[in-house]
Design a protein around this ligand. Structure first.
Ligand code: PBG
Length: 324
């Protein structure tokens, strides 16, 4: 392929032509929309570090879901922010917990919605860690039992998929076993298999009031310097019964998404996290970046790397742009 016989610019001449040879497409079916739901009533408050993202209550989230479904956006990832926090995160698996009530309310009105729940303890524990503390450390095996209870309580409320984000060892197997025993063999597990200990979660911790009160998450979340470990984590979760493997964050870890795509046959999800969203939003606000083009490019790059699904705070915005 040599110039002048081959001229790659021929296929870039105009949009109609470019569209025909475009290798990667983005559709509303690729997107999952994260939603923060807090205890209380009648609240819809914007999160300071994430302009355009809100905390809802169970009653106000219904209108948001309805608007999304009308745009063809059908998948939602729910995070709970409870009034009650304690040492062991009991409100995470309470029958009348905030997420459990939200799932029921949404499913009552919109059975077609795909409801995915974040399974973790950090929003529910007084210390803000993702597990049970014993001797100043997060205890892996004690935490597994709590996580299994959380997952089953979400399934009972009507969740379609559960998404464990705690990074304890063995939790996918424990959750699968608990779901099957409780009579939920069809509830799928989207595992946060490869979750890095990332500074890009900063705005989320404000949004979900889940920053650890002491220490950090380095003893359970992955070291950003590691990639072979990502493959070990992903293979382990596949073996334990995960249905979908997630990488998080997304844009700083495109190499990891690509590596998993080349090595796994399971669907891969990538989480464009709060810090990625906040960077694009704030630079656009300052006039340094063109928001719409940058958000598009960021999502296309994540798909091009090999993700089938993208969890993004831009999901509703993209759905609007796609239907325009
Ligand atoms: C809970 C959880 C976190 C995120 C998703 N689930 C925060 C964390 O691990 O500290 C981050 C999502 C985001 O930043 O958008 N463990």
């Amino acid at each position: 392929m040599m110039y002048p016989e081959y001229r790659p610019r021929r296929l870039r001449l105009r949009e109609e032509v470019r569209a025909l040879v475009r290798e990667t497409q983005l559709s509303v079916n690729d997107l999952i929309y994260p939603l923060f739901i807090r205890d209380g009533k009648g609240v819809r408050e914007e999160i300071a570090s994430m302009p355009g993202v809100y905390r809802f209550t169970v009653d106000t989230v219904i209108a948001e879901i309805k608007a999304c479904l009308e745009l063809g956006l059908k998948a939602f990832l729910l995070f709970g922010i409870p009034f009650q926090k304690d040492e062991v995160g009991s409100s995470a698996f309470a029958k009348e917990g905030v997420v459990q009530r939200a799932i029921k309310a949404i499913k009552d009105k919109f059975p077609e919605a795909v409801i995915i729940t974040d399974v973790c303890l950090c929003e529910y524990t007084s210390h803000g860690h993702c597990g049970i503390i014993k001797g100043g450390e997060v205890d892996n095996d004690l935490t597994l039992e709590q996580l299994a209870k959380v997952a089953v309580s979400h399934a009972k409320a009507g969740a379609d998929w559960v998404a464990p984000s705690d990074m304890m060892d063995g939790r996918v197997a424990r959750i699968r076993e608990a779901l099957d025993e409780a009579g939920f063999p069809n509830v799928a597990i989207m595992s946060y298999a490869v979750k890095y200990c990332s500074a890009f979660y900063g705005p989320f911790r404000e949004a979900a009031e889940s920053a650890p009160k002491f220490g950090d998450r380095k003893s359970y979340q992955m070291d950003p310097a590691n990639s072979r470990e990502a493959l070990r984590e992903a293979l382990m979760d596949v073996e334990e019964g995960a249905d979908i493997i997630m990488v998080k964050p997304a844009m700083p870890y495109l190499d990891i998404i690509k590596m998993l795509r080349d090595n796994l046959h399971h669907p891969i999800a990538a989480y464009q996290v709060s810090g990625e969203y906040a960077m694009i939003k704030s630079a656009s606000k300052l006039g340094y970046l063109e928001e719409e083009r940058v958000l598009w490019e960021s999502l296309i790059s994540i798909k091009r790397a090999g993700a089938d699904l993208i969890i993004t705070y831009f999901a509703k915005r993209v759905a609007e742009l796609l239907t325009k």
